[in-house]
Design a protein around this ligand. Sequence first.
Ligand code: PMV
Length: 335
Amino acid sequence: MPKAVSSPNIALIKYWGNRNDAFRLPAADSLSMVLDMPTVEATVEGADVFSVRSYDADGKEKPQNEESVARLRHHYDLSKEYLRGIGRGKSLPKEVALTILSAIPPAIGIASSAAVFSCLGEAYAALVEGKPLSREEVSILSRLGSGSAGRNSYGGFVALTNHGDGIASAYGEQVADESHWPLHDIIIVPSMKEKKVGSTEGHAGAATSPLFAERVRAIPKRMRECISALRTRDFEKLQIVSEEDALDMHRVMESQSPPLQYLSDETHRILKAIEELRTSEKLNVFYTMDAGPTVHLICTEDSVKTVADFAEAQKNCIVFKTKTGKSSRLVENEI
Ligand code: PMV
């Protein structure tokens, strides 16, 4: 019974909008840092009927809504389609029973879907008999459930890049491993209220923004800058390009139809306060936000204490202290 573990990633160059929604093929490349926690564990077992049981960090069973079960089921179907296409689909069970244990609060701007679908990508890969799948193939399986999950198949800093057409034409590539540059991500969650519009629906509307085409054009240069900043450990360069890209993505979200306003007044208050603290204390810290009001503060070892103290001092917020982490991986494979 394959059991896999994974954690979220935080995008420095964001993925927003698809060139193909059905296969979750992104309109542009993206790049993220894999985090070490909070973790998700998934166990997969062959079954006659597809089923999902999901538990939170305290072991309490979470009721599943129809929509999320349908998404998980569709991901398994797509996974089978992809594996058959590469001649590796023979040994797959007709259906699967999934058990998912997640310590990540869903839908608040911490990539829980990246962690869940990269776990499933690992576990489905383990159901394939014969030669193990390559990391690229595991990344494709993960990406079919959530685009950003394709960036969890390697540790450290990972790009999701486009290559031609078809179901397999976007996958993860490692830029640098987790030991290259240990950075921290201090996550401030101002609201545990789940967002109304998830990223699947959001991606589908991205191209309606008048700013979308320009964003897609700007990304190759930002990718090059981000990769060079990471390779040379140039924090200031990483800060400039990451903040620019995060704000650009939110301008696209806010100008698409219907508009998506993920950032709250509380988010903007935290951003202003961290900018002031960065200047007064000369900190190596920058901010980035995904599809939610949650603020991710990326910082270096010498700045983390002050940044963590700042995060803990924010009223009514939940804080996660994370750092550069490992890839999604298999932890057990007993039949
Ligand atoms: O993988 P998805 O469909 O949840 O999309 C992720 C979108 C963002 O988190 C907003 C950006 C990113 O690149 O992670």
